[in-house]
Design a protein around this ligand. Sequence first.
Ligand code: FAD
Length: 408
Amino acid sequence: MAEFTMELNDEQKEVRDWLHGFAADVIRPAAAEWDEREETPWPVIQEAAKVGIYSLDFYAQQYFDPTGLGIPMAMEELFWGDAGIALSIVGTGLAAVGVLANGTEEQIGTWIPQMYGDASDVKVAAFCSSEPDAGSDVASLRTRAVYDEAKDEWVLNGTKTWATNGGIANVHVVVAAVDTELGSKGHASFIVPPGTPGLAQGQKFKKHGIRASHTAEVILDNVRIPGSCLLGGKEKLDERLARARERARTGGERVKNAAMATFEASRPAVGAMAVGTARAAYEVALDYAKTREQFGRPIIDNQGVAFQLADMRTQIDAARLLVWRASWMAINGKPFTAAEGSMSKLHASETAKQVTAQAIQILGGNGYTREYPVERMHRDAAIYTIFEGTSEIQRLVIARTLSGMPIR
Ligand SMILES: Cc1cc2nc3c(=O)[nH]c(=O)nc-3n(C[C@H](O)[C@H](O)[C@H](O)COP(=O)(O)OP(=O)(O)OC[C@H]3O[C@@H](n4cnc5c(N)ncnc54)[C@H](O)[C@@H]3O)c2cc1C
């Protein structure tokens, strides 16, 4: 276990500064344009691929940082640059994590490279779990996967929604029910390979924020995929289903399914994204408050403004510490006995919403226009309290974990 320290080591500082440079020089200058265009910023993803930021290797290196701080540090810097573009760069990671968490070595080796492509031909991937009637209530998803034993193929049918990169992805990871009686225990994840007939993009959403990130419905109409595309393989699935059926029959202890475990582990990373957006808005507000003069003095000379900035920075630092704690616990195999992952996401995402709103206030009329970036940052920040589990769901998880009661 790494010794406790509040300081990044030299290697981490080097990576942080390199990422910050990319965020400042490449991402931030492109942010307003891609927000207006509401399109995937392929040239920026390509730049990220060229320098090695858009690759599995990079994320694996950060993930295996023994302090746990590699991923949160990377997320904070990239999202400091711009949330929409950064999500376009890291969105593939959610699908990759789905494969890493549940796939065999062969599946990892086959599919993850196809998710990223290479610098001359970048690709993206999508993780499709949410459905029109299964958002917070993931267990109720209706997409079905039926095994065609004669052909050793799975047949997928259903409609997914809110999929980041849905329809434009080279590889889609789809969560579907193989046994509807078992709720989330009867779910399995599947790879839909590039160009598979029957998978089509539905509506592309016009969003409030993170507009450079593509979000769309994915329609699955008799999508036939080889048996080898079931993540983890059939034998493992059959064993898991048998255990779940036995538990359902005997009322045995509930065990978290793989998808939920992945979400819990990824929540601090979403918290870190929120910290990045909040810090970006705070910095703009601090600079503005020092230079904007009213009544013959900089507006920061007024406690009414300065105290807001003090609160903003305090909340941001508190959020980062919660994110770092959860990330450190996760890499050191410490269970989230007080739902520390959810706590970090809850506090960081609420902080991002609040801090970006305060930043608009400090910039006055300018803050309300698209001439200044805080308006975009505020729109972007609203996503953090929604995706990967809303704030209400995080509170539910925390309250249930702390009380042991089935709070609704
Ligand atoms: C931009 C964007 C990108 C996304 N990317 C992906 C992706 O790549 N892949 C994917 O699978 N999904 C993705 N999602 C989906 C996202 O995870 C869901 O939107 C989220 O889980 C909430 O589900 P919902 O929108 O159906 O809201 P609902 O579940 O309908 O919730 C509506 C409101 O009710 C509240 N609520 C619901 N249940 C309870 C309860 N029990 N107690 C208290 N309050 C409750 C919620 O907190 C919320 O305020 C994305 C969403 C967005 C907006």
